[in-house]
Design a protein. Structure first.
Lengths: 389, 255
């Protein structure tokens, strides 16, 4: 495939600043040169390209929108463009950065004590430490309020018991942000790798997010000091506020996956000939699919850009983010399916990136609030009636 | 060591080029990028600074939109920049551009000026060399490697047929850098943020006292014209063969 030059039907680039364009260009160069050549093998072999972690840190991709401890202090749109270019390579790479930044660094910076920040922020920023976020449990996915993991006070510390599952980077993490029920409501704890009673095991057999580590965490009478609790986070609001950050990034990220599928299909349809040597792109049915995709990608770009500007003005609320996440993930998944169709048999091979994106996007549709749950958030916003239960 | 890296913005490699209405140059392309060999010159400058200390100043003559390329240089680590802003540099020839750059460089007293060996758009390969002559500095072209050595530098030049030359130069000097000699760094997000705060000094050609008096003029820019001609070669078989070889060698240049 020819070098990726972006997808910009509606001159949306004209609404981006010089810095924003430079961020996108720089991440694009990195992804094209350092990730694209190896991502297919990583996906096949079911491994994350761990050798990239220090580089990702050096380039400022961890906690890029945070403005402390040497983080890059990117604007929301710059951060979004970073996510877009990473996910154009692979959702697993974007997930890694989402978890590290939005789900681990963000809560430590926002809710952590000075000691917690001093200890972890510099290491997480450079990638010398990896973090994970443990909210989901085997029995509680969409409804984390029901969680059964508990923390009880004992001898000036806390004792954690329970199981977390579907945890991105679980076994790779030096530090886990674990959410547990206390007599005081839900609280967050920083649990270090190797703490007695804390173990992890990887989930095998994934047909999606294969270039990302997903694990279960077990906490069996796991004792942590009092200083391990995040002092500023009380109740489910804590983890949910992290998810809002990560979902915002996903809303941008999936545009990248959609672009990669669309561009692959567009180029292919011009080169591939059938019936009297005519390019398949010359057929109206094929053009209609391309027209649908570019229109939906463009709408998704506008939605993301608008949400980004709102976020920087402090006006973006979680119900907005639900629309962004739900719409854009659905759009990307449909683009992947249509693009696969346009490549015919070639579309099912991992030579093309499309099936990989499609499979990844099935996870993205589910995690960080399923498509349904976000529909219910939007529904609640417009009716005033909560329909979750 | 104070190093100037002279960089130029050119149309991106696969951008759609359109000749302007007057047929004198191309319209401003949708996407531009740093001239490829200049990117390596900048990288070499940054690496030399890391080894020997000092300062890297990016020097760019170009339209307002070249600020994108300047910003990239600052984001990658140049300490500051000089932008000689001009929307119609086509009025100047290589000598004129070199005069502008020389006038700007003279305000800095650099130890070393690095630039690409040629530009991807015009491809004259002249600017760096003329710049050195105007400034009265030592110069060397098609540089593969630069090492500080005593009070001067040792460079490796690419010659033809896989031959190289290692030679010492005194400072100050001008080097024109070959593409691909080092690994280009990516601008870090922190670098991009910091670039906003770095100084960009704006100059103009007239402010530098450089007049427009080209001795070389670009007559016309046009897309390659495809023409098909058939020429019958007459004469004896021997003469025909000789004429054919002659034509293939000197006109078509395929032999
Ligand atoms: C690869 C991967 C990585 C992940 N990484 C993490 C991580 O790092 N940390 C973490 O904590 N979690 C992580 N998750 C878990 C993820 O957030 C959950 O899978 C998600 O919240 C959905 O929960 P569930 O799988 O239990 O599905 P369920 O909640 O059981 O949902 C199943 C189906 O029922 C529907 N449903 C449920 N309730 C309702 C309702 N009220 N109304 C309508 N429909 C409903 C859902 O929409 C869905 O279609 C990850 C998941 C995957 C696949």
């Amino acid at each position: 495939m020819a070098q990726f030059r972006g997808v910009d039907y509606l001159l949306i680039d004209s609404m981006l600043s010089e810095e924003e364009l430079l961020v996108r260009q720089s991440v694009r160069q990195f992804a094209d040169a350092e990730v694209m050549p190896l991502i297919r093998d990583c996906y096949r072999e079911g491994r994350f390209p761990t050798h990239l972690i220090p580089k990702l840190g050096e380039l400022g991709y961890f906690g890029a929108n945070l403005d402390a401890y040497g983080c890059a202090g990117m604007s929301s749109v710059e951060y979004g463009l970073l996510m877009q270019e990473l996910e154009r390579a692979d959702s697993g790479l974007r997930s890694f950065c989402s978890v590290q930044g939005a789900l681990v660094m963000y809560p430590i910076l926002t809710y952590g004590s000075k000691e917690q920040k001093d200890q972890w922020m510099p290491r997480l920023r450079t990638g010398s430490a990896v973090g994970c976020f443990g909210l989901t449990e085997p029995g509680f996915g969409s409804n984390p309020a029901g969680m059964q993991t508990t923390a009880r006070q004992d001898n000036g510390g806390w004792i954690l018991n329970g199981e977390k599952t579907w945890i991105t980077n679980g076994s790779a993490a030096d530090i886990a942000v674990v959410w547990a029920r206390t007599p005081d409501g839900i609280r967050g704890f920083l649990v270090e790798k190797g703490t007695p009673g804390f173990t992890s095991s990887d989930l095998h057999g994934k047909m999606s997010m294969r270039a990302s580590v997903t694990s279960s965490l077990a906490l069996a009478d796991c004792r942590v000091p009092a200083s391990a609790m995040l002092p500023g986070a009380k109740g489910l609001k804590g983890p949910l506020s992290c998810l809002t950050q990560a979902r915002y990034g996903i809303g941008w990220g999936v545009i990248g996956a959609a672009m990669d599928c669309y561009e692959t299909a567009r180029q292919y349809s011009i080169l591939r000939t059938q019936f009297d040597g005519k390019p398949i792109a010359a057929h109206q049915l094929v053009q209609e699919k391309l027209a649908w995709m570019i229109t939906e990608i463009t709408k998704a770009q506008l939605l993301a850009l608008h949400c980004g500007r709102l976020k920087d003005q402090g006006k973006l609320d979680p119900a907005h983010v639900s629309m962004l996440k739900r719409n854009n993930v659905g759009m990307a998944l449909e683009c992947a399916r249509l693009s696969r169709d346009l490549l015919g048999a070639n579309g099912i091979m991992d030579e093309a990136p499309i099936m990989r994106h499609m499979c990844n996007l099935e996870t993205v549709k589910t995690y960080e609030g399923t498509d349904h749950i976000h529909a219910l958030v939007i529904g609640e916003r417009v009716t005033g009636i909560a329909a979750y239960k | 060591m104070k190093i100037l890296a002279a960089i130029k913005q050119v149309p991106a490699r696969d951008s759609q080029l359109r000749v302007n209405d007057s047929g004198t140059w191309i319209e401003e392309p949708d996407t531009s990028e740093i001239n490829e060999p200049d990117a390596y010159a900048l990288e070499e400058a940054l690496q030399l600074r890391e080894k020997a200390g000092g300062e890297v100043v990016a020097l760019c003559a170009g339209p307002e939109s070249a600020s994108q390329t300047i910003r990239e240089a600052l984001a990658k680590g140049a300490d500051r920049a000089i932008h000689i802003e001009d929307d119609d540099l086509g009025r100047f020839d290589s000598l004129g551009i070199a005069r502008i750059l020389a006038a700007a460089a003279a305000t800095e007293q650099p130890d070393l000026i690095l630039t690409g060996l040629q530009s991807d758009d015009l491809g004259f390969g002249q600017t760096g060399v003329i710049l050195a002559e105007l400034l009265g500095m030592a110069h060397a072209t098609i540089i593969m490697k630069v090492e500080p050595r005593g009070t001067g530098i040792r460079v490796k030049r690419e010659l033809e047929d896989g031959w190289f030359q290692n030679t010492d130069l005194p400072l100050p000097a001008v080097l024109t850098i070959q593409s691909g000699i080092n690994k280009l760094r990516y601008a870090t997000l922190m670098g991009i943020k910091k670039a906003k705060l770095k100084e960009v000094r704006k100059l103009t050609a007239s402010g530098l006292g450089v007049a427009v008096e080209p001795s070389v003029r670009l007559e016309r820019v046009f897309m390659p014209q495809r023409t098909k001609q058939t020429r019958m070669i007459e004469g004896s078989v021997r003469d025909q063969a000789a004429a054919l070889v002659e034509a293939l060698r000197h006109e078509v240049r395929v032999l």
